[in-house]
Design a protein around this ligand. Structure first.
Ligand SMILES: C[S@@+](CC[C@H](N)C(=O)[O-])C[C@H]1O[C@@H](n2cnc3c(N)ncnc32)[C@H](O)[C@@H]1O
Length: 418
C-alpha cells in the first residue's frame, strides 16, 4: 500500500441514509463509532459473537441488526461502507480482503495502512460538522493531533470565539440566559456562545460577571440594577430596556444568575417580550439551589438519607401576611430544605420550623458566594443558625441547606466537588 501512503486522504461526506453498513466486531471501537452511523441513518448490520452492553442496547432498541456470529465471506455483499474492528485479526484480514475485492470503502481499527478509508476526528456545533484528518509526516494518520485540532475548533465554535464573520448566527431578539451560580466555567456552552454573539448584554449582579470582561469592546453591557426606573417598577424598567434594544434590531442577551426560571423572574420577562411580538430564547442555567450546596460538599439528596429536596424562597418572613409559603407544611417534609434569599430571615424561619415540629438539632449549612473565589460555609443547627449567621456575618448571596445531608459529606474524606 506504499503508493497510497504518500498521498493525503481525500475528504468526503458519506450520505449513508438507508444504505447497508457492516460493522465487524462489537467492542469499544464499534461502541464509539455506532452512534454517528445511526445518526446518519445507515442500515447497520453488526457481525460479532459478542458486544459491549452499550452496543447490545443499540441492538435491543432496533438501531442496528446484530448477527451473533463471526464474520463470514459474503457479509459485505451490497455494502457501501464497512467498519472492521474485531479483536480477531484473521477475521479482520478476511473482511478487509473482501472489502478490497468488492470495492467497499473500509475502515480498519487494527491496521490503518490496510484500510481504504480513515475516520476523521469529528465534532458538531449548531449545524456545523467539523472533520479533521492530520498526517504524521510519513503519510500515516495522527489521530491524537486530529482530535486536539477538532476539540479546539469545536470549542471555538461553541463559545463563539471562532465564527465565520459573514455567517455569524446572530439570534434576533432576546436570549434569557441562565449564567449559573457565579463561576464563569459553569455557564452552558450555548449560553456562552450567545453571549459572545450579543450586541447588548443586560446582566444581573449574581451570575458569572467575570465573563463580561471578555466581551469585545463594541458590546454594550448594561447593569440591570442600574437601569433607572423612575415611574416604573425596576422589573418593568428592565423589560422596557429589553424591548427597546430588541426593537432596535440588536441581539440581546439577558444574563441572569443560576437558572432564569428559579426565582429569576424569567417568565415575566419572556411574557413582556411575547406581548411585544419579540422572539425570546430561554437557555437554562445551573441553579445555585443545587450547585452551591454541591460546591460546598453537600449533596441535596443522598441514598438512605434524603429522597427529596425542596427549594423555598425565604424572601418574605414567615409571619408576614404576604408570605406564600406554608411553613407548617415545609416543617413536616422529611427531605432536604434548600432556602434561597433567606439570610436576613433565617432566625425567624428556623424558629417557625422548630415551632411546627422540626428538630432543633437538624443540621444547617449556610454557603455564601458559592462557586466563586470568596465561597465560605458556616455550619449550625436549626436551634443555633440565627445566632451563627449573625455572629459569622453571613451575607447574601447565600444558599441555606437544612437536613441530614449537610453532614454526610463531612464523613467522606478526600472527595472534591468542582
Ligand atoms: C433571586 S434568587 C436567583 C436564583 C437563581 N435564579 C438560581 O437559579 O440560582 C437569588 C438567590 O440565589 C442564591 N444564590 C445565587 N447565586 C449564589 C451563589 N453563588 N452563592 C450562594 N447563593 C447564591 C441566593 O440565595 C440568592 O439570594
Amino acid at each position: 500500500m506504499a503508493e497510497h501512503a504518500v498521498h493525503p486522504a481525500y475528504p468526503v461526506g458519506l450520505r449513508l441514509s438507508g444504505r447497508r453498513v457492516v460493522v465487524v466486531g462489537g467492542g469499544q471501537v464499534a461502541q464509539r463509532r455506532l452512534p454517528a452511523l445511526i445518526a446518519a441513518g445507515a442500515d447497520i448490520v453488526l457481525v460479532s459473537p459478542s458486544a459491549t452492553a452499550s452496543v447490545e442496547a443499540m441492538a435491543d432498541a432496533g438501531e442496528i441488526r446484530w448477527e451473533r456470529r463471526v464474520y463470514a465471506d459474503g457479509d459485505l455483499t451490497d455494502t457501501w461502507y464497512a467498519l472492521i474492528a474485531s479483536d480477531d485479526t484473521a477475521a479482520n484480514d478476511a473482511a478487509s480482503a473482501e472489502a478490497e475485492r468488492t470495492r467497499t470503502w473500509c475502515v480498519r481499527s487494527d491496521d490503518a495502512d490496510a484500510a481504504t478509508a480513515w475516520t476523521p476526528a469529528t465534532g458538531r456545533s449548531e449545524g456545523i460538522t467539523v472533520a479533521v484528518l492530520t498526517t504524521d509526516g510519513q503519510g500515516g494518520r495522527d489521530p491524537r493531533h486530529s482530535a486536539a485540532v477538532r476539540d479546539a475548533i469545536v470549542e471555538g465554535l461553541r463559545d463563539g470565539t471562532l465564527a465565520a464573520p459573514h455567517h455569524r448566527t446572530r439570534t434576533p431578539g432576546v436570549a434569557l440566559v441562565g449564567g449559573g451560580p457565579g463561576d464563569p466555567d459553569l455557564i452552558t456552552v450555548r449560553g456562552r456562545r450567545l453571549l459572545a454573539e450579543a450586541d447588548v448584554v443586560i446582566a444581573d449582579r449574581l451570575g458569572p460577571r467575570d465573563l463580561l470582561d471578555e466581551l469585545p469592546p463594541h458590546v454594550e453591557v448594561i447593569d440591570a440594577a442600574k437601569i433607572p426606573y423612575g415611574r416604573y417598577m425596576a422589573q418593568e424598567a428592565i423589560n422596557n430596556a429589553l424591548i427597546e434594544h430588541a426593537k432596535a434590531g440588536k441581539s440581546v442577551v439577558r444574563l441572569k444568575g443560576g437558572d432564569p426560571f428559579v426565582f429569576g423572574r424569567g417568565m415575566e420577562e419572556a411574557q413582556a417580550l411575547a406581548a411585544e411580538g419579540i422572539a425570546c430564547t430561554v437557555v437554562p442555567g445551573i441553579s445555585s439551589s443545587i450547585s452551591v450546596p454541591g460546591a460546598a460538599g453537600i449533596p441535596v439528596t443522598h441514598r438512605g438519607v434524603a429522597h427529596e429536596f425542596t427549594v423555598v424562597s425565604g424572601h418574605v418572613a414567615p409571619d408576614d401576611e404576604r408570605s406564600l409559603v406554608d411553613w407548617s407544611a415545609v416543617a413536616r417534609l422529611r427531605g432536604t430544605l434548600v432556602l434561597l434569599m433567606a439570610v436576613d430571615k433565617i432566625g425567624a424561619i428556623a424558629r417557625a420550623l422548630i415551632a411546627h415540629g422540626k428538630s432543633p438539632d437538624t443540621p444547617v449549612a449556610l454557603v455564601q458566594e458559592g462557586t466563586t473565589a470568596a465561597q465560605r460555609r458556616v455550619d449550625a443547627t436549626l436551634a443555633t443558625v440565627g445566632e451563627r449567621a449573625e455572629a459569622e456575618d453571613v451575607r447574601p448571596p447565600a444558599v441555606i441547606v437544612i437536613g441530614d445531608v449537610v453532614v454526610v459529606g463531612t464523613t467522606t474524606t478526600g472527595s472534591s466537588v468542582e
